[in-house]
Design a protein around this ligand. Structure first.
Ligand code: GLY
Length: 425
């Protein structure tokens, strides 16, 4: 069997790595390039937005199915295009991807299907947004969200009225996020621990993956600016059986009902970002794909052949497949370029990869130059270890991280600290 993975980050490296473990897979292609992915997949130099080019490549190479990693091609309709051309592909249609690509649509969906989420108002012109904020308390926290896709930069947590007014002006007037901020949501701020619940779904039923916790801030103790994610661990101890059941009953089952009622063509992965509001799980966001770095954390725990899962999704018989997970903990630490998430330099040689023992290294922003890996992005590598207990998974991953070096390397030293300290937020 031949598969194509679309995307070029750490998430896609983890997906390719998982496919490579399947005895059913003879060849993996990945479009477009990333230095490290070439260890397990053949690089295909076609952009994720070039649907015609990708579909042509799939036909020429008799590829059995395509798996889409990132949200942008999904939101632009890659699944619809492939299906119109008779090709098998895993991911939601353009309509299904609106659960991520329009925050206003996803809020309306949640309200329609009775899913807990923060109170909000949506605005399509700046005058009404500013009029609404004029009555907001001076020092009451509030969240301003761009409606469209903004590469993880579309959520501003504001300390009060002035801050929120500035956020709205930046998005709607100054177009800081381009068209993504043309419409905005202003929503109540909720303070609580967050969890990432990912499910496989064939659009009719679902299967829950172990819940993980991401670490979004750049520095230890959750300080500094937000990033795409500096590390994650799974399963998060906060996600007890009782909480998982509550999330399934009050969120996941309702989402699947909503997908069916709205007749959305949704086959793939749905990421439900949850925040605890007291004892009640609220949805912060939906993503129409695997998370990054959650995927690098969770896939090493998967025991079932990934191809079996993909076939069950494609054939809409996920309900008949028992998916099993290792009874272990997994910890992923992201190594980033110095300066990230602000500006950073690229092209530094990455040393020490040959010293890795008992860990996976997923490449996010690397290139191969003269046979050596060099940095080429903000998040450069994700190092992952698993172990039957969380402490030894953390120790193991950090002893491997300490082997790797490049100029300006930055990583958090406290990934998994909540689980170690028995803390949940
Ligand atoms: N880790 C957050 C995301 O994948 O969107």
């Amino acid at each position: 069997m031949k598969v194509l993975v679309v995307g070029s980050g750490g998430r896609e490296h983890a997906i390719c790595w998982k496919f490579a473990q399947s005895p059913n897979v003879e060849k993996i292609y990945c479009a477009p390039r990333n230095g490290g992915i070439s260890q397990v997949a053949q690089n295909v130099n076609i952009s994720v937005e070039d649907f015609k080019g990708l579909a042509g490549f799939v036909k020429e190479n008799n590829i059995d199915f395509t798996f889409v990693g990132p949200e942008v091609p999904l939101s632009l309709g890659i699944v619809d295009y492939f299906k119109e051309n008779g090709l098998k592909i895993i991911g939601p249609s353009k309509d299904g991807a609106r659960l991520e690509s329009s925050k206003i649509y996803s809020k309306e969906f949640m309200n329609k299907y009775g899913i807990h989420t923060a109170q909000y108002n949506s605005f399509s012109n700046i005058e009404s947004a500013l009029k609404f904020l004029a009555n907001w308390q001076e020092n009451k926290k509030v969240v301003v969200k761009a409606d469209g896709l903004a590469a993880g930069k579309g959520v501003y947590v504001c300390n009060g009225r002035e801050d929120a007014i500035n956020a709205v002006k930046q998005m709607m007037n100054e177009k800081a996020l381009g068209n993504a901020g043309a419409n905005v949501i202003i929503e109540d701020y909720i303070d609580g621990p967050e969890l990432s619940y990912l499910i496989f779904t064939d659009g009719k039923t679902y299967s829950l993956m172990p819940a993980s916790q991401d670490h979004k801030r750049i520095n230890d103790n959750d300080e500094g600016p937000n990033t795409g994610g500096m590390g994650a661990y799974a399963p998060a101890p906060l996600a007890t059986n009782e909480l998982n059941k509550k999330v399934e009953d009050t969120i996941i089952k309702k989402v699947i009902d909503g997908i069916k009622s709205e007749e959305l063509d949704y086959k793939g992965v749905l990421y439900v970002g949850v925040i605890m509001n007291g004892s009640i799980p609220y949805v912060l966001e939906f993503n129409c794909r695997f998370g990054d770095p959650e995927t690098q954390t969770v896939l090493p725990l998967l025991d079932t052949d990934f191809v079996d899962i993909c076939e069950a999704i494609l054939n809409t018989n996920l309900a008949d497949l028992k998916i099993s997970w290792k009874k272990e903990f997994s910890v992923c630490v992201v190594l980033a370029s110095g300066g990230y998430p602000g500006s950073f330099k690229k092209g530094f040689e990455i040393n020490g990869l040959e010293n890795i023992r008992d860990a996976m290294v997923f490449h996010a922003g690397t290139k191969l130059e003269n046979g050596k890996f060099v940095t080429s992005g903000g998040r450069v590598l994700g190092v992952v270890s698993t172990s039957p207990d969380i402490k030894s998974a953390i120790d193991k991953v950090y002893s491997n991280v300490s082997m790797i070096n490049f100029d300006g390397v930055h990583y958090r030293k406290d990934i998994g600290w909540r689980a170690l300290n028995g803390k949940q937020n």
